[in-house]
Design a protein around this ligand. Structure first.
Ligand code: SF4
Length: 461
């Protein structure tokens, strides 16, 4: 057998029987060494069939639920294909991304045992797969005090046991520049405004603009929209914002005042103006509004909200009310739509699957601390000792993402070994990774335990 392994990613070659004439083994440059068990498996299959074989590891259940795919880590192919191999390989790569037709016939090996899973998805995952997005927390303040907000509600703030939301924290411009540069280079999207009102950051527009100039493919903000006046709207759109979620939670002035303590007419006119401006400037920014199912808000009002906004924009979010109870985020109600799917995957995973968030998300706090999911953010006001997985003042995102602390968390999640991971152990958020889609009237509805997203059918917006 001819072996092409320029990066020396094969394990000690003496331990294997490479006597397979007329075949070539090629190891692409992804910096991920092959596990000895994978080699054994590939060699056994190659002895039985002289056809193209590719190895692309999957993590049981998690991969089915949307874990970003691994690149192909090994190819075996007959020597007679050497002259056309370059084209064949490219076609297979496109095929694994489901963008090539007609299909090339090859054997894809994906199954992994637990040793291989730990090797590929804990020890080497960050090297092979980049984060799907970076969640950037630009501050700790908000101009509203919505009743259900675990971060800023007047009532809930009194129960905070940490000082995270005391005083004013804002991410430094230096850190923002570093993020824009790194995410631009890595072509990683950025999400802003998870626990704070991002418009309060004095450099928000410059940050969005810099991100886009540096090559960040998507920049999203979530805002309450009260400060989104015409000048700011235009500046954000021209800076290159690609999507915006505006949290409204009401269809009437009375509910809006009770829940958000602010003026309903201001928010409606701000959003309508934003839509008009986006259309006038012809900028492809997706606009969504959201509605939290607060206590004492009727289903009739939810329906009114849905109908009003879906006549103007292409997608809305309905979120179940979440509260901080018994030291974690608990939902008032969970959507039932995905129940049978949830039971199926729980059974398949033998209880719980490895939560996808530490495989897809990296969160940077204003002081450079690193978290890994919305659940960790939910506890910011209540738990002092949430482990930070790095320090962005001293490290790069790449080093953090590939670093020991992320790897160990991924390992514990794969092994479901959560004794020392109290946050994960008591968390329900991982179940929101089950999604179901259905159609209601002219809408497509994507449902998780937490949200329902309504989108107009045939909407490209
Ligand atoms: S299990 Fe919960 S706390 Fe742990 S990473 Fe997932 S969402 Fe976060």
């Amino acid at each position: 057998m001819i072996i092409k392994d320029p990066q020396k990613l094969l394990p000690n070659q003496k331990n294997f029987d490479w006597e397979i004439p007329e075949m070539i083994l090629e190891i692409p440059n992804h910096n991920v060494p092959l596990h000895p068990k994978t080699i054994e498996k590939l060699l056994t299959i190659a002895k039985a069939q002289k056809k193209i074989i590719a190895f692309q590891p999957i993590l049981p259940v998690a991969s089915e639920l949307g874990l970003p795919p691994y690149p192909i880590l090994a190819y075996l192919y007959p020597q007679e294909l050497i002259h056309i191999w370059e084209q064949l390989r490219q076609k297979i790569e496109l095929q694994t991304q489901e963008i090539f037709f007609p299909k090339i016939s090859y054997t894809l090996i994906s199954e992994t045992d637990i040793d291989e899973q730990l090797h590929y998805f804990a020890n080497h995952y960050g090297v092979a797969v980049k984060p799907s997005y970076v969640r950037v927390i630009v501050g700790n303040t908000c101009n509203l005090k919505c009743v259900m907000c675990p971060y800023h509600s007047a009532e809930l703030k009194q129960t905070h046991s940490t000082d995270f939301f005391k005083g004013k924290k804002a991410m430094s411009w230096q850190m923002m520049q570093k993020l824009a540069k790194e995410c631009g280079k890595g072509k990683i999207g950025i999400i802003i405004g998870s626990i704070e009102e991002p418009i309060l950051h004095p450099k928000l527009v410059e940050f969005v603009q810099l991100c886009r100039q540096q090559g960040v493919p998507r920049v999203h903000i979530t805002t309450n929209g009260q400060l989104l006046d015409e000048t700011l709207s235009q500046a954000l759109l021209e800076a290159g914002l690609t999507s915006i979620d505006i949290s409204i939670d009401a269809a009437t002035p009375d509910t809006y005042r009770k829940v958000r303590g602010a003026d309903f007419n201001t928010i409606i006119s701000n959003v309508i103006n934003f839509i008009k401006l986006r259309d006038r400037l012809n900028i492809g920014c997706e606009i969504r509004t959201s509605f939290v199912r607060n206590k004492n808000v009727s289903l009739e009002e939810e329906k009114q909200f849905r109908e009003y906004w879906l006549s103007k924009i292409n997608a809305i979010f309905i979120l179940n009310l979440a509260e901080y109870k018994e030291s974690n985020m608990r939902l008032e109600t969970m959507n039932k739509a995905g129940n049978s799917k949830l039971q199926y995957y729980r059974q398949k995973a033998g209880g719980r699957w490895p939560c996808l968030f530490p495989f897809t998300e990296i969160t940077v706090l204003p002081d450079g601390k690193i978290y890994y999911c919305i659940e960790t953010l939910f506890r910011l006001g209540f738990e002092q000792n949430i482990e930070s997985l790095g320090n962005y003042n001293e490290q790069t995102l790449k080093n953090i993402w590939c670093g020991d602390l992320f790897n160990r968390l991924r390992q514990d999640l794969i092994l479901n070994q959560l004794e020392n991971r109290q946050i994960c152990k008591s968390c329900d958020t991982w179940m929101s990774q089950i999604m179901t889609t259905s159609t209601k009237e002219e809408y497509q509805v994507l449902t998780t335990t937490i949200t329902e997203i309504y989108r107009k059918i045939n909407s490209n917006d």
